[in-house]
Design a protein around this ligand. Structure first.
Ligand code: ADP
Length: 508
């Protein structure tokens, strides 16, 4: 092979090799390009996905904001409802309850119109109690609408259900009619159902169309109507109680007036009686004194000696005159104490000594009947602030009676004990006792129980009346406890000494 053909051959080989090399490089570039394209495609896909997610996030954010806004509205509405509930529950006047519902409260709840109607049995119609957002002529036409559809609204109240523009069920009056008549685009009607008095309903509505009525709104209005119902019930119960109290007060006043008149009459009669007793006693005393005087002169035989039978009769005259003088004196004392003419000369006295002196005075009678006597007066009951002479008369009468009505070998006990500013004395006997119906009467003048002892023993029935007057003139009380055949306990109170320190009149 010549050198030139060898060269040609070499060039040919090299060119071929170069072409092959170039082809290989091209191939690898094409493959690389394919890879880049694939990467680009997957990147685009991821970008699209991210874009989708971003959109979703934005949508969720908007939703969240809306929910937040709604929640804020609900909270405002609930706060407003709470304020309103407090307002209407703090008045007890029916009219005032409705007056307290105003536009600002309604707007917070999402409405600007409200009406309240109560059923009046007497007039047989609904009467308007609340109107917010309506002119007078508008309420008039709504009232006449109610007049023609009374049954529907009465049934609604009875059903205790809420009726609203949300309600699905078809009703006798289409909700569209209500919207037209009441001039609203959404509404809720809820019953006012107090347990006391007439029932009714609350209507709330709005003309707005931008916000939709929700079930939550319905619930809010139901809560409001329940609170209104409760407030109405409270107001009516209060009115009922108030009226009853007024009636009672009127009756008490009338009765008091009647009693005052009766008391005045009793006082007049009592004064007439006292005056009468007082003047009769005075009239009796003069002739009695001369009868007694003459009897004494005759008995002293100053006018000559006496035949035994004449002496006997004169002694009888003398004894009876004594009894009469005694009776007249008691009567005079009663009337004088009653009319306040006799003042109690109260001084510090020793109760134990008073009782002992009286028992000494009555010792003969006690011995005659062989009566077992017990006296228990503790030292803290010694000091009493009394008129000595008058209290001695009290003890003589009460212990005297106890002896008189107690049979042979009976028992009498005299007890005393301190009760705050007073001393209580109890005189108990084992005598015939006093029937229940006579226990008040024995303290009245001339009253005597018809019992065997009284049939034998004389008495005027004045002792206890006198005793009662004396005790009351000391500011005390007297009463008796007894059962027939079981003896009797006479109890009375006297002022203690301590309470009168610094004020001598307290005991009266
Ligand atoms: P008198 O003893 O003169 O009848 P009083 O006024 O002292 O009058 O008593 C009125 C009546 O009360 C008595 O007649 C008697 O029926 C009844 N009475 C009073 N004390 C007793 C007593 N201790 N036990 C039973 N009855 C009594």
């Amino acid at each position: 092979m010549s050198s030139s053909s060898y060269l040609l051959y070499l060039v040919g080989i090299m060119s071929t090799a170069t072409v092959i090399l170039l082809a290989m490089v091209l191939l690898s570039k094409i493959q690389e390009l394919k890879r880049i394209k694939l990467t680009l495609e997957s990147l685009k896909k991821s970008l699209d996905e991210m874009d989708e997610q971003a959109k979703l996030i934005m949508r969720t954010d908007i939703e969240l904001n809306k929910t937040q806004e709604n929640l804020d509205k609900k909270i405002t509405a609930l706060y407003s409802l709470q304020r309103l509930a407090r307002l209407i529950s703090t008045t007890l006047q029916e009219e005032e309850i409705f007056r307290r519902i105003d536009l600002s409260h309604l707007e917070d709840i999402g409405f600007e119109k409200a009406l309240g109607f109560l059923w009046r049995d007497k007039e047989n119609k609904f009467s308007l109690s609340l109107a917010v957002g309506y002119a007078e002529n508008e309420t008039k036409s709504i009232e006449s609408f109610l007049d023609t559809h009374q049954e529907f609204f009465l049934d609604l109240i009875k059903s205790e259900k809420t009726f609203s523009s949300l309600s699905l069920a078809s009703s006798r009056i289409p909700k569209e009619d209500i919207m037209r008549i009441f001039k609203v685009n959404s509404f809720v009607i809820a019953g006012l159902l107090p347990k006391e008095g007439s029932k009714g309903f609350l209507f709330v509505g709005t003309e707005r169309t931008d916000t939709l009525l929700t079930e939550g709104d319905e619930e809010l209005i139901t809560i409001l109507s329940n609170q209104l119902g409760q407030a109405l019930e409270n107001a009516r119960l209060f009115e009922k109680t108030w009226n009853a109290q007024q009636d009672l007060e009127k009756k008490v006043e009338e009765r008091t007036h009647e009693l005052t008149l009766a008391l005045e009459e009793v006082k007049k009669i009592s004064k007439r009686k006292t005056d009468f007793i007082s003047s009769v006693s005075h009239e009796l005393r003069t002739p009695l004194t001369s009868i007694k005087g003459y009897a004494s002169i005759l008995l002293a035989e100053k006018l000559g000696p006496l035949q035994p039978e004449i002496r006997e009769r004169l002694e009888k005259i003398n004894r009876h005159s004594d009894e009469l003088v005694h009776m007249v004196n008691d009567l005079l004392d009663i009337s004088r104490i009653e009319s306040g003419k006799v003042a109690m000369k109260q001084e510090d006295q020793n109760l134990k000594k008073i009782v002992q002196d009286v028992l000494d005075l009555l010792s003969v009678q006690l011995k005659e009947k062989n009566i077992e006597l017990s006296v228990d007066i503790p030292p803290d009951a010694y000091a009493v602030f009394v008129d000595l002479n008058q209290i001695v008369r009290v003890f003589i009468n009460l212990i005297g009676n106890a002896i008189k009505f107690t049979p042979y070998q009976g028992k009498i006990s005299i007890l005393a004990h301190k009760i705050e500013r007073r001393v209580q004395v109890d005189i108990t006997d084992t005598g015939c006792g006093i029937p229940k119906e006579a226990q008040e009467l024995i303290f009245e003048e001339f009253y005597r129980v018809d019992n065997p002892v009284n049939q034998q023993v004389k008495g005027a029935g004045l002792g206890l009346a006198l005793v009662k007057h004396i005790i009351e003139a000391h500011g005390g009380k007297i009463w008796v406890k007894s059962s027939p055949g079981m003896g009797a306990t006479f109890s009375f109170t006297l002022p203690r000494t301590e309470e009168n320190y610094g004020d001598k009149n307290i005991g009266r």
